[in-house]
Design a protein around this ligand. Structure first.
Ligand code: IVH
Length: 695
């Protein structure tokens, strides 16, 4: 009874999901959708035996840490040869024509999506695996993350005629709206911004935490359907015919020469029926002019698309003809990419200024005459570092080319040397800090220059305090960058520890009108003494120590004292800590000023160790162990087991690899997982055995 109910709800939710995310045509309200989802969640919670990774409830992902197993592609994922102008396209057209010895042919023109390619495998209509391109031969298994992307079907449309097993490839993208929202949030949290949606999509898909992926609003378009024994490698004609007979209705007659051939266009039309999101801007071209028209149309029209595109892909339509044309070592002869020119403007460089960041890194900025570029007026552009300036051989007064190719921050990409007048002087990178005058340094292997005066350089001091009070650090909400600047200008704070000595009288400057807000600030600062130790480790701003590393360091060393005296080797034992981070931690605690700051924070009452509560039950029994949780349990929930693993010094990971120490297996562990564990010789530990281990 409940089984039918669960299956029916899943089926309905898959359909509504398809209507909303693929067809853009929801037929029920969000509220009704949520209600159904809740109902399914409840039923699934009551009946863990019905667990299904492809259930619509699994789209929210999980915060289990996962490692990505490497998977070999059944057929290599090749790239396409690039072309940049009409002549190149005409040459490609001619090469195809010659290769087909005068036979008629069609070209499918479609958008070239600017994201990262993905290979999806479906068995009996269910998504079973998603693998990144990797090096083209093998990629990362990112199935858990991909399951959270709403426009990727977990279950194909029943009865739509999909093959028993197949692979389909496409592009994972971050739509502009998601990208802008994400960067806005990161700006508020003072995290580095993603330069473009492609980097953001790629960073997101490689996240170890699928719940993060679920929130980021990724999208996917599919553009290449493979038949398992007939893909990207030359094979016999009979398999193509069989594929057509077995799986697909005969294609509409296009031209006599390709009449009856299985076509790329036809396959994608089929895939659309099965539930995939296929590009709408796909067109069958019958002559070179059709292709050129398509390119010219989308060159401007693409700006209205919800996702980033960087060109057009042209593919010979007939699979028989594709096979005839074959491949070079790197790419198919039957397809090519035409890349759009990035939008570019030319303007005068007036001045190079330099910004100093929280870490002391110096960023050179080009200040130019305002110029219109891709819909906005640009007058500043990043020059990145000294090497770039040297490469460009930049002179003040130069006419420079500025580009905005999918990036939010425009960059200077070249100089029109012809327009340079004889009296232009070369740009010389500064040697001292523009804020405090200290001679700059350049660390080995790094492109940036740094101001080493971290305790005396104003933007560095303010930057560190701003980091300390930020939400993910000490979360002192009543303060912000403006208050920090104000207190600093008035000489009230130089250091994060000074915050705890601020008085209402000082802040309000004895002005009764300001007393209330001053009291609020003092209270908020005092309240930050309750913030747990792991966030304090993050807040003190050790270079390269982000939130996650801070948490792991806190759990391993358990007190600031122990962390401060940790050796390089001990630090390396922490997951994700390499030489760079280990050196940085040691460097931080060798600095006398930092040590004094920590002492003052401790005196002020800031948490300098894990609390008793956090310490309770903590052991090192599972130290260094990577553990996968699988199946259904009777004594504790999965989350409880995850907590138990962490409490005992182990690490919970998402998927089985050679590095996995053991699998904590409940009832009904999936057969695929079991097989993989056995193949890799990874031990299977039962619930009872595990509890015995940590007893
Ligand atoms: S077809 C053998 N079609 O561009 C043909 N690729 O350099 C396989 N891409 O790695 C690719 N949009 O990530 C194809 N409509 C499209 C595409 C597309 C974007 C990407 C893909 C591939 C790269 C080719």
């Amino acid at each position: 009874m409940y089984k039918d109910q669960i299956l029916q709800l899943r089926q309905q939710l898959h359909q509504h999901n398809h209507n909303y995310y693929v067809l853009n045509q929801p037929v029920i309200s969000d509220y009704e959708f949520d209600q159904m989802m809740h109902q399914l969640e409840e039923l699934e919670a009551q009946h863990p035996d019905m667990y299904d990774p492809n259930s619509p409830t699994q789209r929210v992902g999980s915060d289990l840490n996962q490692q990505f197993a490497q998977v070999a592609h059944r057929h290599p994922m090749l790239s396409l040869a690039n072309t940049y102008n009409e002549q190149d396209v005409a040459d490609f057209y001619q090469r195809v024509k010659d290769g087909l010895e005068g036979e008629d042919f069609e070209i499918v023109a479609e958008m070239k999506y600017d994201g990262l390619s993905i290979s999806l495998t479906y068995v009996d209509g269910r998504l079973t695996q998603a693998v990144t391109r990797g090096d083209g031969v093998k990629g990362d298994d990112v199935t858990a993350n991909v399951r959270t992307i709403r426009s990727i079907p977990l279950q194909l449309q029943e009865g739509s005629g999909y093959p028993h097993q197949f692979e389909i490839r496409g592009e994972i993208l971050m739509p502009w709206t998601s990208f802008e929202r994400l960067n806005h949030e990161r700006e508020l949290r003072e995290e580095p911004l993603f330069a473009n949606p492609r980097n953001a999509a790629s960073g997101t898909l490689k996240s170890q935490n699928s719940a993060v992926v679920a929130e980021r609003g990724l999208d996917a378009y599919l553009y290449y359907l493979l038949n398992d024994d007939d893909a990207e490698t030359p094979s016999t004609a009979s398999s193509a015919q069989q594929m057509q007979l077995d799986l697909f209705a005969p294609q509409p007659v296009a031209t006599p020469a390709t009449d009856g051939d299985v076509t790329h266009y036809g396959l994608l039309e089929e895939a659309k029926k099965w539930g995939f999101k296929i590009s709408e801007g796909m067109r069958l071209c019958h002559c070179l002019q059709d292709v050129i028209d398509f390119i010219n149309y989308w060159d401007t029209e693409r700006k209205n698309l919800p996702v980033a595109t960087d060109g057009i892909v042209l593919k010979v339509n007939s699979l028989r003809q594709q096979k005839h044309l074959g491949f070079t070592a790197k790419s198919p002869r039957w397809a090519i990419a035409y890349k759009f020119k990035a939008e570019r403007a030319c303007t005068k460089l007036n001045e190079v200024t330099y910004q100093v960041g929280r870490t002391g890194a110096i960023t050179p900025v080009a200040n130019m005459d305002p110029v219109q570029l891709a819909g906005t007026v640009v007058k500043r552009a990043s020059l990145h570092n000294a090497d770039i300036i040297a490469q460009l051989d930049l002179h003040l007064g130069d006419m420079v080319y500025v580009e905005k190719g999918g990036e939010i921050i425009p960059k200077v990409v070249g100089v029109d040397v012809e327009q340079r007048s004889a009296d232009c002087i070369p740009v010389r990178f500064i040697e001292t800090c523009p804020e405090c005058g200290t001679p700059l340094v350049r660390y080995e292997g790094e492109a940036a220059h740094y101001c080493p005066n971290d305790s005396g350089c104003p933007p560095q001091i303010k930057g560190r305090i701003e980091h300390y009070i930020s939400r993910k650090a000490m979360n002192i909400e009543s303060l912000g960058p403006e208050t920090v600047d104000d207190y600093y200008q008035r000489g009230l704070i130089h250091n994060i520890a000074d915050l705890y000595q601020l008085t209402v009288a000082q802040i309000s400057n004895n002005n009764p009108n300001r007393a209330v807000s001053a009291r609020k600030a003092v209270d908020a600062i005092r309240k930050s003494c309750e913030v747990p130790f792991e966030r304090v480790v993050y807040a003190i701003g050790i270079r390269f120590v982000g939130e996650t590393t801070a948490k792991l360091l806190a759990r391993k060393f358990r007190s600031m004292e122990a962390l401060a005296s940790a050796t390089h080797d001990q630090l390396l034992e922490v997951d994700g800590v390499g030489d760079v981070i280990a050196d940085s931690v040691i460097h931080y605690f060798t600095d006398a000023t930092n040590r004094a700051t920590i002492d003052r924070l401790a005196q002020a009452g800031v948490q300098m160790a894990l609390s008793d509560e956090q310490m309770q039950g903590m052991t090192t029994k599972l130290e260094g162990k990577s553990i996968v949780i699988s199946g259904v349990f009777s004594y504790h929930s999965r989350d409880e087991y995850k907590a138990l693993i962490e409490q005992n010094g182990g690490k919970n990971v998402g998927s089985i690899s050679a590095k996995t120490s053991f699998v904590l297996a409940g009832a009904n562990m999936g057969p695929a997982k079991l097989e993989k564990a056995q193949k890799l010789g990874v031990a299977i530990v039962s619930e009872d055995e595990f509890l015995q281990m940590i007893k």
